[in-house]
Design a protein around this ligand. Structure first.
Ligand code: GLC
Ligand code: CA
Length: 558
């Protein structure tokens, strides 16, 4: 097996607007990231993915890019970015950027030219259609409403996401070349790769025909005709060969790619796959699979076996085919302690560290999302006005139009993507140490207790526990197994725990997580040599019986 650096790396995601503000305008920036690099180094991070920093009108907080080559002044300058790359490098940390190439911003000069002149070269970079009576088809955008937007007369353009995010026309070879050129330009600036945004949408079924409605709005979702659509492979293979090839030794690419069919996974992440790894959504959307936020299920309504089986399904598929990325959180979801722990246990140290143990030892490159390492929780949003996120506002509008009761809308609001975008909690002081000005989103009042400063020197903090987990992947007796080993499910007959083995060439580990907030006995499936990490000091093994404490997690060397 080839072992590129990113297989044994631990990654960290920064949402730059909310990480650290260096100039008091209430919005995080690149100099703020530089100030906090030591925190990442102490945690043991090898690579940082930063959500988009490029020039943008910020309709979708930077996922709407108006200039791929420039850093947005809100975040700093290109020089700041190069300095960040250097400063990170000094600490052994690589930087990967977000690559948003399914769409750009309607304020990008390409789109402006396309609008001004339907015969321009740039008009061919987008998906324009003529239609006399309303939108050209009934496809529903990811943020709700039609994918089509009228620009006067019969002319419409397509957007899978927001109106200010026109989709790029990947059928156009000139456009594709422009994108590859830009990708290489950034790689030449010393970044170590990309997280590739919404990439499963780049191929559209060229019939652009309406499909049977799947909702009361008369529209249909994008699955199959503008999401994981046949023909996408040609584009992805070309991008691998023309954009990433030649940077192989260093370049790490992680695709945001939910719903790739198992028989195609190999093309994505197998030998010579399009990407190094991908983000799958199966388990991360377990609380609202097939439903909206307004109908989300709390963890007490989700059988542990259902969570286990969906994690294991992706693990075994990915193990059969190649590599993957594992994560508890990102900027599109609410906090993991809220999602994966029953109501009331969000502040439970053992609950949070059990989740950490469960995820950090799966087979794949682990991504820690900012704040996760201190057990950050959701905030209570009191009103839609406290929220910035475009998708939350769209949802709210749709719920209102559908006549949902206020109580249900407020419940749905608590799943807003802004839960994970409120500022990082650095200390217990004013604005959680994030800014000296007024933060762009509310500060979680619990920052007085949950913050980096308070946890940094406390050996019993969630932060210290994360450090131990990261270290176990690098320096423990089972480091090789935890980084590279095969994934083997264990103790499947016990529906209250989630357990698995990692079987390496040099070592083997057994990871057991008690999902019950109660003592629980299990019969060990094999002999154990030593405890590598546990969230309790005491691990009670008697013969082959292990008595787990509430939410106890243990990594054994076996
Ligand atoms: C991805 C991003 C999300 C963004 C969307 C459109 O899903 O993670 O934040 O809104 O793409 O770019
Ligand atoms: Ca700032």
């Amino acid at each position: 097996m080839k072992k590129p650096w990113w297989m044994s790396a631990v990654a960290y995601q920064i949402y730059p607007r909310s990480f650290m503000d260096s100039n008091g305008d209430g919005i995080g920036d690149i100099r703020g990231i530089i100030e906090k690099l030591d925190h990442l180094q102490e945690l043991g991070i090898d690579v940082v993915w930063i959500s988009p920093l490029y020039k943008s009108p910020m309709d979708d907080c930077g996922y709407d890019i108006s200039d791929y080559y420039a850093i947005d002044p809100l975040f700093g300058s290109n020089e700041d970015m190069y300095e960040l790359i250097d400063e990170a490098k000094k600490r052994g940390i690589k930087i990967i950027m977000d690559l948003v190439i399914n769409h750009c911003s309607d304020e990008h000069e390409w789109f402006q030219k396309a609008l001004a002149d339907p015969d321009s070269e740039e008009a061919g970079y987008f998906i324009f259609r003529e239609s006399k009576d309303g939108p050209p088809n009934n496809w529903r955008s990811m943020f709700g409403g039609s994918v089509w937007e009228n620009v006067g007369g019969d002319r419409y353009y397509m957007h899978c996401f927001g109106k200010k995010q026109p989709d790029l026309n990947w059928e156009n070879p000139k456009l594709r070349e422009k994108l590859y050129e830009m990708i290489r330009w950034w790689l030449d600036r010393g970044i170590a790769g990309f997280r590739v945004d919404a990439i499963i949408h780049i191929k559209k079924d060229q019939d652009f025909a309406s499909r049977p409605a799947d909702g009361p709005d008369g529209m249909c979702g994008l699955q199959g005709w503008a999401r994981n659509t046949p023909g996408i492979d040609e584009f992805l293979a070309e991008m691998r060969d023309k954009a990433f090839a030649g940077y192989d030794a260093d370049c790490m690419t992680v695709a945001e790619a939910p719903g790739v069919p198992e028989d195609k996974l190999h093309n994505y992440v197998g030998d010579n796959g399009y990407f190094s790894m991908l983000f799958d959504f199966t388990y991360s959307e377990i609380n609202f699979w097939g439903r909206g936020w307004e109908c989300a299920r709390p963890m007490e309504d989700i059988p542990v076996t259902e969570l286990r089986d969906s994690i294991f399904k992706h693990m075994s598929e990915a193990t059969r085919t190649g590599w993957t990325a594992v994560y508890l959180e990102n900027h599109d979801y609410s906090r993991s302690v809220n999602k994966y722990l029953p109501t009331g246990d969000q502040r439970d140290y053992h609950g949070a560290t059990m989740l950490a143990t469960l995820f950090m030892n799966l087979r794949g490159t682990p991504f820690i999302y900012q704040g996760q390492e201190i057990g950050s929780t959701n905030i209570n949003f009191n009103s839609i006005d406290e929220v910035n996120d475009i998708s939350t506002h769209n949802n709210w509008k749709n719920w209102t139009e559908a006549g949902l009761p206020l109580e249900q809308k407020m419940a749905g609001l608590q799943y807003s993507r802004d839960q994970n975008r409120i500022p990082m909690q650095w200390n217990g002081g004013v604005n959680a140490g994030f800014t000296t000005g007024k933060a762009w989103l509310p500060i979680n009042p619990n920052h007085t207790e949950i913050n980096v400063e308070a946890q940094r020197n406390d050996p019993n903090s969630i932060l210290s526990y994360y450090k131990r987990l990261v270290k176990a992947r690098k320096e423990s007796a089972v480091a090789e197994a935890l980084s590279f080993g095969e994934f083997v499910p264990a103790l499947l007959e016990d529906g209250d725990i989630i357990a698995y083995k990692r079987v390496g060439e040099e070592s083997q580990a057994l990871v057991i997580n008690n999902y019950l907030k109660a003592e629980h006995k299990v019969t060990l499936p094999c002999g154990v040599k030593s405890v590598v990490v546990s969230n309790y000091d005491d691990v009670a093994v008697d013969g082959n019986v292990l008595t787990l404490k509430p939410y106890q997690a243990v990594v054994f060397e076996i």
